[in-house]
Design a protein around this ligand. Structure first.
Ligand code: ATP
Ligand code: RIB
Length: 313
């Protein structure tokens, strides 16, 4: 039995208002939805929930409003086994929200209202330094104020933790001193383009752009490539870690979040990097076959079963 290290996720909590549509509406167009549901989401909460479902020991740092959405979000995380006692409950503020359109193709379009997530700032991070100190792996993104995210990365790095930054949504740039604190940076193709300003169409272009980030101090760049899997780049070079592609795509919302959690749990469990990315690809592949954000995340058993099934083929 492998020993499980502790994971801390710092990030957003949103209630997702999901509209299923045939195709994305064009500018000025009004269309009818094929269906509607309201489900717990937010990049931070999805990543924490996925860490819990995939068997990780995870504490979540976030902020919600004192409303029904906040309650439902905390319930969803607690059901996944995530420690939520440090989540800030912000009086007189509403829980973050996301309006999501999901097309029949599985593609999505998202607009967020940050709400209480704005309270997840540098001060909040400073008041939870003990949680970061107790952790082994720290995972964060950019849906909460970047000053808090940067503080978390700096402190985690100084304390020798394994630091993963999922740069979503991507800022125009990340300061060099922050990049130097990262063990893993996990952009998708659009985020890589935004961070480097470089083309990302071909594998050669993806490698070149990843190398720029490596030269700035990131130890490993893992670019998620949808159905093509992920491109890992580090001092040893670049290689593709293939996706599990035989499954039917229903809704890709939270695929990236599930991937990041799979990586964090794999590393926390002591799997080697390639095996951790394999777990990430398997968990994310299952998530795209199901609707919603947290509702789509598989368990550790489901992800491991998929890995074994594909190995036996
Ligand atoms: P999203 O914003 O929809 O959550 P993303 O753009 O952050 O996703 P992607 O690169 O699209 O991230 O997907 C993340 C991971 O999910 C991929 O690296 C892959 O492992 C898995 N994945 C995504 N789409 C598919 C697919 N069609 N088939 C199998 N796996 C997929
Ligand atoms: O990554 C998916 C998430 O992005 C959704 O759950 C939505 O809340 C937005 O934050």
């Amino acid at each position: 039995m492998k020993s499980m290290k502790k994971i801390v996720v710092l990030g957003s909590s949103n209630m997702d208002l999901v509209f299923s549509v045939e195709e994305m509406p064009r500018t000025g167009e009004t269309i009818k939805s094929r269906g509607f549901h309201k489900v717990p989401g937010g990049k931070g909460a999805n990543q924490a929930c996925a860490c819990g479902k995939l068997g990780g020991e995870c504490t979540f740092l976030s902020a919600v409003g004192e409303d029904d959405s906040g309650k439902r979000l905390l319930e969803s995380l607690e059901k996944a086994g995530v420690h939520t006692d440090k989540v800030l409950k912000k009086e007189n503020d509403t829980t973050g929200m996301a309006a999501i359109m999901v097309a029949v193709s599985g593609d999505n379009s998202i607009v967020i209202v940050p709400g209480a997530n704005q309270a997840c700032d540098r001060e909040y991070v400073e008041s939870n330094m003990d949680v970061i100190e107790e952790a082994d792996v720290v995972l964060t993104q950019f849906e909460t104020p970047k000053e808090g995210v940067f503080k978390c990365i700096q402190e985690a790095k100084a304390a020798g933790k394994t630091v993963i930054l999922n740069p979503a949504p991507a800022p125009d740039a990340i300061p060099k001193e922050i990049l130097q604190g990262l063990d893993y940076l996990t952009p998708n193709e659009t985020e890589l383009n935004r961070l480097t300003g470089m083309p990302v169409e071909t594998i050669e272009e993806l490698e070149k752009a990843s190398k720029v980030l490596l030269a700035m101090g990131v130890k490993n760049v893992i670019v998620t490539l949808g159905k093509r899997g992920a491109l890992l780049s580090n001092v040893a070079g670049s290689r593709i870690c293939p996706a599990f592609t035989h499954l039917k795509v229903v809704d890709t919302t939270a695929a990236g979040d599930t991937f990041n959690a799979g990586l964090a749990v794999g590393l926390a469990e002591g799997r080697c990097l390639e095996e951790a990315i394999c777990l990430a690809n398997a968990a994310a592949a299952i998530s795209v076959t199901r609707n919603g954000a947290q509702t789509s995340i598989p368990t550790k058993e489901e992800a491991d079963e998929l890995i074994l099934k594909m190995r036996d083929k």
